[in-house]
Design a protein around this ligand. Structure first.
Ligand SMILES: Cc1ncc(COP(=O)(O)O)c(C=O)c1O
Length: 413
């Protein structure tokens, strides 16, 4: 089946926008994606037709209560669990990590250990540093391997011991685009009974995620990275969520996930979240019966398509003089790459390159992108960071060619 790129693009009004006669080229996707019209419509529909608080006796309150349940069910299907009670939705992944870390580490004792990696986004590092300070816990730093660009099991093994209470890992780096063999890493952490908190924010937009197969205890993702509204979502193992103390108002029942979802939810965004999952499922729609099956088929199709774009971008960047790619350039590792590539130039600063591209209406990021551990481990100037180009399944080969031409011009070519 050829990838239905025209049909897909026609669903995203933002992709057709221009500024000063120049089309917009969105290559800022690791920082946030555009949304299909159906998602914006669902938010609008909720605000105009179903706007009420939860649990009331009247029609709009019934509707908003259903919206919340539907969004949890949609995320359960997206992440591969049967139990919508295991889905916690909040303002952002970072907010949820700060909030949940308080519950998770409540019974940790002084001297207990938490492992964080040099490969993670700060959203899965800083919450653990803060809670470690509160409880006098020891932080162990896990480096990534600078040849494979991954976290190696052997390196994790060296840090694990019977005081390790939690390992914070990432599925895919938001800077190098490299994924980790998280199943193996999680299995290793489980040998000392450590909890594993997995940041899947950069993985979930590109590949099927199956919490039931990974073995982790918590998995975090952000729907604005996968064509949805600005929300964070954490899946947690039922038994843990049941047993964990929740910091909440006295009036909130001990039910989960409600007990971890403090305050009134962003109900209109939850309506958008269900529409987001419906959009993803629609890409894979070919007579499958369940939404989960459709999601699986959708990622099979997008993964293949994105790999073509990644290869094109990688080959093009490799051919430009003076560029150093910050990440794996190996053909063998391409399938372990999400479609995000970062680079530096030997003389031209990342921000200047990003600005040159912005002048051609091409959107990319520069800086450390909150992957502070990576730039620190590599000794990259933190203020400068890298240029990051990140794609989604709505980008095209023609766009990639235009970006490569523009980068070449930015470098004086
Ligand atoms: C890998 C990773 N983790 C966490 C986050 C933080 O997500 P949020 O903005 O939902 O807090 C990001 C955001 O860029 C990210 O890329």
């Amino acid at each position: 089946m050829t990838f239905p790129i025209d049909k897909i693009r026609s669903q995203f009004p933002a992709l057709a926008l221009e500024d000063g006669g120049m089309p917009r080229l969105y290559f800022d996707n690791p920082a946030g994606t555009q949304v299909p019209k159906s998602v914006a419509d669902a938010v609008y529909h909720c605000l105009i037709h179903e706007n009420a608080n939860l649990g009331g006796t009247f029609v709009t309150s019934h509707a908003s209560t259903k919206i919340v349940a539907d969004a949890h069910q949609a995320m359960a299907d997206f992440l591969g669990t049967d139990d919508l009670g295991e889905i916690i939705i909040g303002a952002s992944t970072t907010t949820l990590a700060f909030h949940l870390s308080r519950s998770i580490a409540r019974d940790f004792k002084a001297g207990d250990e938490i492992i964080v990696t040099q490969m993670d986004h700060e959203g899965n590092v800083s919450p653990w540093l803060e809670i470690a300070e509160d409880h006098d816990l020891t932080i162990r730093w896990l480096k990534f391997n600078e040849q494979s660009w991954q976290i190696e099991v052997e390196d994790l093994k060296e840090l694990l011991n019977d005081r390790t209470k939690l390992v914070a890992l990432n599925y895919a780096s938001n800077l190098t685009g490299m994924t980790n063999d998280v199943k193996r890493l999680i299995a290793e952490a489980k040998k000392v009974d450590a909890l594993v908190y997995l940041d899947a924010v950069q993985y979930t937009p590109h590949a099927l995620t199956s919490v039931s197969e990974l073995g982790c205890d918590f998995l975090a993702c952000s729907s604005y990275k996968f064509f949805g509204p600005h929300l964070g979502i954490v899946w947690g193992k039922k038994k843990l969520l049941q047993d964990m103390h929740a910091y909440k108002c006295r009036t909130v029942p001990e039910e989960f996930p409600t007990k971890f979802e403090t305050g009134t939810p962003a109900i209109e965004l939850l309506a958008g979240l269900t529409a987001t999952i419906e959009y993803i499922a629609s890409i894979g729609e070919q007579g499958q019966t369940t939404r989960r099956q459709k999601i699986k088929a959708a990622f099979q199709a997008t993964l293949k398509y994105e790999e073509i774009l990644t290869r094109q971008l990688m080959d093009g960047l490799k051919n430009l003089d003076g560029i150093e790619i910050i990440g794996s350039t190996s053909e063998n590792q391409l399938s372990q790459h999400v479609p995000t590539i970062s680079f530096r130039h030997k003389t031209i600063k990342p921000r200047d390159i990003a600005t040159s591209l912005a002048n051609e209406n091409i959107f990319v990021w520069s800086g450390h992108n909150y992957a502070l551990g990576i730039v620190r481990q590599l000794g990259i100037n933190e203020k400068e960071g890298v240029v990051r180009i990140g794609m989604a399944h709505y980008n095209t080969k023609q766009e990639v060619s235009r970006v490569l031409d523009a980068v070449s011009r930015a470098l004086g070519g």
